[in-house]
Design a binder for this molecule. Structure first.
Ligand code: ARG
Length: 474
């Protein structure tokens, strides 16, 4: 414990929890309270908790389980609490453990005895499961918009740079020239699948656990369909044991976040490489970089580095919850209280990463000539030469590959590019080669020839941009 108060340490608190203290003579030991409380973090669920309570209360009244009068008092008390929370006037109490008991405790202060009727046919187990589903659902919806904004930024950059030529790499070795527009659109596709994963998870998540009570359901004549409808759920969950013990909806959300973070980390890594003095493909403005306290020339892409690092943190959050849930017997166990911090952390980290990445993509200025000269390095049009041998001379591809390899070796020995070799040089290796071969050796010719569906040719990229706008920005 941080704030150790020697005289109080480990002494039981004489005030027992008024929410469940009936069979307790004393309150919790200090260390018990310290390990048990969650109000420090689960207060983030207050809006969802109040929404859930209102829906439950309305249903109880409709079903004749509580009186009109109690209903009215409870709803108005909950609304007062919501206002207190909104303006930061609500006082959280550690002795009341968590957000659920804090709200109920305050309700009792505000309206008295009838506050105790709200918890009829309900348990904190189904309550917290409901709150967290609602919270994750809200996050999924917000993330969908944020990812869409990032896609929009990438599509704009693609549109500005449809035919800008850059090296395409495999193994980070020069492979074939590609267009920057095409490269940007690759990320638009990844992010589209990320949105798909969040939205698939959201569909499965959208069932209502409220009314499962502690684990077995309830003997009160509740209407779970009514609370489902009130809270925007598609239907009530089918099994009360599963309702209170399921957290796979969070795991799916975090898994989707982890995959999305992986994608962002790859783009972040590319921004870091591109903005180095060695690559010089792009630069970020002063507003999105930081300086060094010792090296005056520095402009560091810290935001990109942090996006790259957040992926590690989000994976950690996912693994934390997987490990917490592994092997837990049905139904609820207090272990599951440990679900919230990683969930909040992963949601915050992925959202921040997406927004920072959007700012960087909007900000990036590309360097056309550096990208283009780099695109020609490393014999990047060798495949074009091999394809020419196949197309024009009808040489089988494997043999064309071999011939091209010899020509590359010659260029390498001379320290020149393929284009700088003479026709005679090439004829010495393959006598049937003609002047026409020089039509395919430039990086421009290389990219414009790649017109197969999904390929890098500028005319394709234009079509792909229109298509991406249709699919993702509507
Ligand atoms: N604070 C608890 C949690 O986050 C709420 C549920 C507590 N349930 C219980 N039976 N103690 O999981």
């Amino acid at each position: 414990m941080n704030d150790k108060n020697e005289s109080q340490e480990n002494k039981p608190n004489n005030e027992s929890n008024t929410m469940w203290g009936g069979r307790f003579k004393s309150g919790p030991d200090k260390i018990m309270e310290a390990i048990n409380i969650s109000i420090g973090f689960d207060q983030r669920l207050f809006l969802q908790d109040i929404e859930g309570s209102k829906a439950h209360c309305n249903m109880l009244e409709k079903q004749g389980i509580i009186t009109k009068e109690a209903h009215k008092e409870i709803i108005s008390g909950l609304e007062t609490i919501a206002e207190e929370m909104a303006v930061g006037r609500f006082k959280f109490k550690n002795v009341l453990e968590d957000i659920h008991l804090n709200i109920e405790g305050r309700l009792r202060e505000l309206i008295g005895e009838n506050a105790g009727r709200l918890h009829t046919a309900r348990s904190r187990n189904d309550q917290v499961a409901t709150d967290l589903r609602l919270w994750v659902r809200d996050q999924s919806d917000a993330l969908d918009k944020e990812i869409q904004n990032l896609q929009s930024a990438l599509i704009n950059q693609a549109n500005k740079h449809v035919d800008w030529i850059m090296p395409g790499f495999t193994h980070l070795q020069s492979a074939q020239p590609v267009t920057l527009g095409h490269h940007m659109l690759a990320y638009v596709e990844m992010l589209g699948r990320d949105r798909g994963r969040f939205s698939d998870a959201r569909k499965r998540l959208n069932e209502n656990p409220l009314g499962a009570a502690a684990l077995a359901g309830t003997s009160f004549p509740i209407d779970r369909h009514a609370t489902s409808e009130a809270l925007g759920f598609d239907r009530p969950t089918a099994n009360s044991l599963d309702s209170v013990s399921a957290r796979d909806f969070v795991l799916e959300f975090m898994a989707a976040a982890a995959i999305c973070a992986t994608h962002l980390s790859r783009l972040a890594e590319e921004i870091i490489l591109w903005s180095s003095a060695q690559f010089k493909f792009a630069s970020l403005s002063d507003s999105l970089t930081t300086g060094s306290s010792i090296m005056p020339q520095k402009r560091n892409p810290d935001a990109a580095e942090l996006v790259r690092a957040k992926a590690g943190r989000i994976f950690g959050d996912l693994v934390t919850l997987l490990t917490v849930m592994k092997g837990l017997p049905l139904a609820y166990s207090k272990d599951m209280q440990e679900d919230k911090e990683p969930t909040f952390d992963a949601a915050d980290a992925i959202s921040l990463s997406i927004c920072a990445m959007t700012a960087m993509i909007n900000d990036l200025e590309f360097n056309r000539s550096c990208m283009k000269s780099a695109a020609g390095l490393g014999f990047s049009t060798a495949t074009d030469l091999a394809d020419w041998l196949v197309r024009v001379l009808s040489i089988p591809f494997r043999e064309a590959h071999h011939v091209t390899g010899e020509i590359v070796r010659l260029a390498e020995a001379r320290g020149s590019g393929l284009e700088a070799l003479t026709l005679e040089d090439m004829k010495r290796i393959e006598p049937r080669i003609t002047d026409d071969v020089f039509n395919v050796l430039s990086v421009e010719k290389s990219v414009t020839s790649r017109t197969s569906f999904g390929g890098t040719a500028p005319e394709n990229v234009k079509l792909q941009i229109a298509h991406a706008r249709e699919r993702f920005l509507r």
